[in-house]
Design a protein around this ligand. Structure first.
Ligand code: GRF
Length: 214
């Protein structure tokens, strides 16, 4: 069974989507632990409600990024995950951490990468007049939001949209996409070799796409 560790800093709705997919029998996995970089992250409440072990590491307890990441590595390795899932984890990771989990570290980003790396992605998509927006799940590399994209969920941008409505539509699409990618990992159809994602034994030429109606 796929063992997952989830890293959060906030609401944890993607964590909840993964918990729900496991409970529903869609995803054959177990979450061995949830680590938060914020003591008051609501995702911790979700984890505890689901009986999942939790840990909290806060920036102010560490002199620098490297020591924080070393403590994080120690905690995660104690949970021995097959895959580490970043779900709204609001920290930049050290190269050492990323390299340690290469091929086992996933992130979800609220844009159709390579568009809109970084923050305020929904606002930027609206300002650019895009007609489509969405989210991407990618393997993490040391470059911020720059690792190879596995799959994307595309949503329409409606003329009536504002930042709030678009954010909500993309968020809902994240809740389908992340569990789906983890199902592929659990089934062994999604793998990682020499810096590239493979699907059914072949390199993924373009990100896999999930389309969603408004
Ligand atoms: C999501 O929008 C995700 O794309 C981004 O952080 C947000 C986390 O939301 N990386 P939640 O905590 O899972 O609700």
């Amino acid at each position: 069974m796929l063992k997952i560790a989830v890293l959060i800093s906030g609401s944890g709705s993607n964590l909840q989507a993964i918990i729900d997919a496991i409970k529903a029998g869609i995803l054959n996995a177990e979450i061995s632990g949830v680590l938060s970089s914020k003591a008051d992250a609501y995702g911790l409440v979700r984890a505890q409600a689901a009986g999942i072990p939790t840990a909290v590491l806060v920036n102010s307890d560490f002199p620098d990024r490297e020591s924080f990441d070393r403590a994080m590595l120690q905690q995660l390795d104690a949970w021995s995950p097959d895959v580490v899932v970043l779900a709204g984890f609001m920290r930049i990771l050290s190269r050492h951490f990323v390299t340690h989990y290469e091929g086992r570290l996933l992130n979800i980003h609220p844009s159709l990468l390579p568009k809109y790396k970084g923050l305020h992605t929904h606002r930027r998509a609206l300002e650019a007049g895009d007609t489509e927006h969405g989210c991407s799940v990618h393997f993490v590399t040391p470059e911020l939001d720059g690792g190879p994209v596995i799959a994307q969920s595309v949503v329409p941008v409606l003329r009536s949209d504002n930042e709030e409505t678009l954010t909500e539509r993309v968020h809902k699409s994240e809740h389908r996409l992340y569990p789906q990618v983890l199902v592929w990992m659990a089934e062994g159809v999604l793998t990682f070799h020499e810096g590239r994602p493979f699907f059914n034994g072949s390199p993924i030429p373009e990100p896999l796409q999930l389309h969603q109606k408004p």
